[in-house]
Design a protein around this ligand. Sequence first.
Ligand code: EPZ
Length: 442
Amino acid sequence: MYKEGSPTSCDAYDRVTDPVGEDEVGEIWIEGGVPLQGKIQIQGSKNAVLPMMAAAILHEGITCLVGCPQIEDVYAMEQILNSLGVKTAWVEHSLYLDCRNIEKTDISPGDARRMRSTVMLLGALLGRKGKISFSQPGGCVIGKRPIDLHLQTMQAMGAAVWEEEETIYAEMKGQLRAARVTFPFVSVGATENSIIAAVNANGITQLENCAIEPEISHLCRFLQAMDVEMKGIGTSSLWIQGGCSLRDVKYEVPPDRIVAGTYLLAAAATRGKVILENAPVEEMGAVLRIYEKMGGQWNGNGGKLMANAMKLSRPISYVKTECYPGFPTDMQSILMAVLLTVKGNSRIEETIFEDRFRVVSEFQKMGAQIEVKERQASIHGGVSLFPGRLCAQELRGSASLIVAALAVKGESVVSPSRFIERGYENLEKNFSNLGARIRVRE
Ligand code: EPZ
C-alpha cells in the first residue's frame, strides 16, 4: 500500500488545536498524481459570514444570509447563537436568524473553546444586552492568538472587562460610549469586533489603523444594508454612526477568497486546468501574482477564474505573508505545498502568526526538503515525494496536506478530517468533480 519508508503512524498532535478533544474520527483518502481538470463553484466566505452572524444579534429582528457556507464553523456559531436565544432555520443555502429574543449572555466553555470566532460576540452582545461572559478562547496550533486588542477597545468604549478563572466578563451599564480608537497594530478580528460594538454606541466612533481585509468591507456593507451609517469602507479609517435603527435584511454572503485560492493552488500543484465559478478575482491579486510568477496562466471575467497550470515550473525566491492586500497568511502553507513540486529553491516568510509552519514536519514525512529558521522556511523543491499518512493539525494546514497528497503519485491519508470540515464545503465532491481520486471516510 505505502512505498517503503513512508510513515504509517500519525504522530500525536497538539490537542491545543481543539481542546474539547473530540474523537479523532474521519480521514481523507487520496490517490494523487492526477492533474485537476474541470469546473467548480466557490462557496460563501467563512471569514465574512462569521462576523455577520455575530452582528445579526444587534438587530431585534430577522436577518437572512444567502449563500451561507454549510461548514462546521458556521454550524458551531449557529449553535452558540441558539444557546443565546436566537432561532435559526436553513432554506437550502440561506440561513435565517431570528434575533428578536436574546435570553442569555453567557457562552458555555465548551462552545467558546470550539471556535475562536466566539470572541466576535463580544461587541455584539455588549451592543445588544450590555453584557457577555465567555471562556478565554485560548490559542491554537498557529499561534497564541490573544484577544487583548478586542478587550481594550471595549474598555475604551466604557465597558468593564475582567477575568475570573479563565472566564472573561464584560459589562456596560447603559449604551456603549462612542470612542476614537487607534489600533496599535492591525487585527482583523479586533477591527470587526469594534465595528460591531460601535453600531449600538451613542455617537460617532472613529477607528484608525483598521485591517482592510475584504471581510471587513463585506461586514461594513452588510451593516449598511441594515441601515447603519458608515464612512471609509475599504480604508484603514472607519467612521460609524451609532444608534441607527436597524432593519431586517436579506444579504448575499460573498465568495471565499481563501477557498478559491486553495483550489487554484491545488490545480497548480497537479499542473491542471480548472474553472472556478464565482471566484472573487478582485480579492485574489496577491495570490494570482504569485501563481503567475510560478508560470501559471489565468484570466478572470464575469465572476469566473480560468486557470491553466500546465506550464507552471518556476520557484519563488522570496515571498512573505502580509496584511491585505499582501500575500495572505491563510494561503502560506498551501503555497508551500505547491513549491514542493517546483524544481529549485523557494523561500517563504510568515509575518502574521508565530507558529504557522507546524505543517512542515508533515511535509518532511513525505520526503520534502524544507528548513525552518525563525519566521522563514526555505524549500528545496522538485525532490520526489512519497505518499503517506499525514496528520492534520489545523484548518489551512489540512488543506495544504491535501494539496501535497494530490500532487504525489500513490495513496495518502490525511487525518483527522474534522479540521478541513471547519472551512471547506463539499471538499470531496469538488475535488472529485475536478478529477481527483479522493474519499472522505468516517
Ligand atoms: C482572522 O483571524 C482570520 N479568522 C484568520 O483566518 C486570518 O488568518 C487572520 O484574520 C489574518 O488575516 C477569521 O476571520 C475568523 P488577527 P484573527 O486578529 O482576527 C495578533 C482561517 O484559517 N493579535 O488579524 O484572529 C494575532 O495573534 C483563519 O480562516 C493580538 O496580538 O487575526 C496575530 O498574530 C486562521 N491581539 C495578529 O495579531 C489581539 O487582540 C493578527 O491576528 C488580536 C490579534
